[in-house]
Design a protein around this ligand. Structure first.
Ligand SMILES: [Zn+2]
Length: 317
């Protein structure tokens, strides 16, 4: 454990992209679009929030504007998207925006929504990332607290696998394997802190197979789905006229979803996530296991001499 602490203390100082102080958006910004499942138009407004606030969603269309923290223990459904809920109200399809908060290093924000489902925008996190970027980022005086992985944690079931391992940064390696000539087996590794989230991951779109898409439409699901916001694949190719944004756009989108799901731990992570054939439901299973296995991680602030925060400190949780 001492060795790991030495590594932790030595490395992050050299990583200019690892923010050690908390951050929020510099001003309020908004964007509007349709919900992919409901087809309903919704406006999402992202507002600055104080230190230790975290990410909180508020339903402004409901009486008394109830709020809910974006935490894994608030998840009520993972079948088609990640949905949080509390006391009878829900916020659906939060994962792409949540991934952008993590990818862009935003710890605190108040997210107002005037419907029950987040707008899908173009099916990726790109429009949210641009919206957050347009707001600007404000560094705050409080130190960030990290989940620091000390021992591996793994779960597996029916060919699906998720594990996390000690690392000095937040890294994700994701593998998908589809019996389809265009997709096949794709593996991608990203360092979420290295500043490439917006160019390499955020713009990867959600995807679905034409048969499933037509079936969902038939049963009244995916009411807002169109070629403008879903990458649709037929027997051997992409139906969307513009084609793919990346040759491996599929696995990149799964990484976007994974970052969004793991953001529901509520704090940044120093560890390497390895996932195979996972999805929202299995990611959520992993988060519950992670939180139960408290002997495998600890929470720490990290000293950055330039930030003025107080340095390595273990916090009780
Ligand atoms: Zn997604």
């Amino acid at each position: 454990m001492a060795v790991w602490h030495d590594r932790l203390s030595a490395v992050p100082y050299n990583n200019m992209n690892l923010h050690t102080n908390q951050r929020t958006v510099a001003r309020s910004v908004a964007c509007t679009g349709v919900g992919v499942h409901s087809g309903k138009t919704a406006t999402v407004t992202i507002k600055p929030a104080p230190v230790n606030h975290g990410i909180q969603f508020v339903r402004t269309d409901l009486m008394d504007s109830p709020g809910i923290a974006a935490r894994f223990n608030m998840v009520v459904d993972t079948s088609l998207a990640t949905v949080i809920g509390y006391n009878g109200f829900i916020i659906s399809t939060i994962e792409h925006l949540m991934a952008c908060f993590t990818g862009q290093g935003i710890d605190n924000a108040l997210v107002e929504l005037d419907n029950h489902e987040m707008p899908i925008m173009d099916g990726s996190g790109g429009p949210f990332a641009e919206t957050i970027r347009s707001a600007g980022v404000k560094e705050q005086s409080g130190a960030r607290c990290f989940f620091v992985v000390k021992e591996p944690i793994e779960i597996k079931s029916d060919g699906k696998f998720v594990g996390i391992y000690p690392d000095t940064t937040y890294k994700i390696t994701y593998t998908i394997d589809y019996d389809h000539p265009l997709i096949g087996r794709q593996t991608c590794t990203v360092d979420v802190n290295d500043g490439t989230f917006e160019t390499e991951i955020a713009r990867a779109r959600t995807f679905g197979f034409l048969e499933e898409y037509e079936l969902m439409k038939h049963y009244g699901l995916a009411q807002g789905g169109s070629l403008d916001n879903v990458l649709v694949i037929d027997e051997d190719d992409v139906v969307n006229p513009g084609g793919l944004r990346f040759p491996d756009e599929f696995v990149r989108h799964k990484i976007l979803d994974c970052i969004g799901d793991f953001s529901l731990l509520g704090m940044p992570i120093l560890g390497h996530v390895v996932a195979k054939k996972s999805g929202h439901a299995f990611n959520h299973e992993f988060l519950k296991t992670f939180f139960d296995k408290k002997e495998c991680w600890e929470t720490q602030t990290i000293h950055n001499p330039e930030s003025g925060n107080p340095g390595p400190k273990q916090l009780a949780i």
